[in-house]
Design a protein around this ligand. Sequence first.
Ligand SMILES: Nc1nc2c(ncn2[C@@H]2O[C@H](COP(=O)(O)OP(=O)(O)O)[C@@H](O)[C@H]2O)c(=O)[nH]1
Ligand SMILES: [Mg+2]
Length: 167
Amino acid sequence: MGNWATSWLQGERRGVITGLDGAGKSTLVLSLQMEQDLMYSPQWPSYKYCGCRWYEVTLRGQERIRPLLRMYWTGASYLIFVVDLSDRERILKAKYELHLLLADEGLSDARILIVGNKNDVDNCMSGSELIDKLDLHEYTNRNWEVIECSVTKQSSWKQQIDDFILA
Ligand SMILES: Nc1nc2c(ncn2[C@@H]2O[C@H](COP(=O)(O)OP(=O)(O)O)[C@@H](O)[C@H]2O)c(=O)[nH]1
Ligand SMILES: [Mg+2]
């Protein structure tokens, strides 16, 4: 906690990589070769990337620990929300979690990147289908972008992530 408080006070830029379990968050973190910083918090590792501290937070409807999870994203500069394009069954669950985040005051200044992942899988959703399913058009006043990719089968998405962070 002490370390977090220091980081908050120092105004370190923070980003959160989030989404449902199995979306591909850890694969993305590994592929970007984010630098793990265990000294900071061994319980919940953070990563340094592009001059920003990142956390991977899995959302699985944990209402009871939500206040704890909120500490990671409150005041964050970036939110990267990873969605599995091949998981049509859980798209409503993903939408529910994303809309909770979009309504969260602690994220009101965050820029949002939605990563539609696993587009290598047959019959997956397209980027525009994802935008519809997530009802993103409702959020005309928010700064969101969507990319569609396969974290494991492509590499061009890395540049898109860097561009998003450094824009
Ligand atoms: N087909 C496919 N599988 C992927 C892709 N990205 C990740 N996966 C797989 O999805 C599973 C869950 O990935 P993981 O990164 O652990 O998800 P997390 O729970 O969001 O951290 C693993 O078996 C990954 O290898 C992708 O682009 N295409
Ligand atoms: Mg993971």
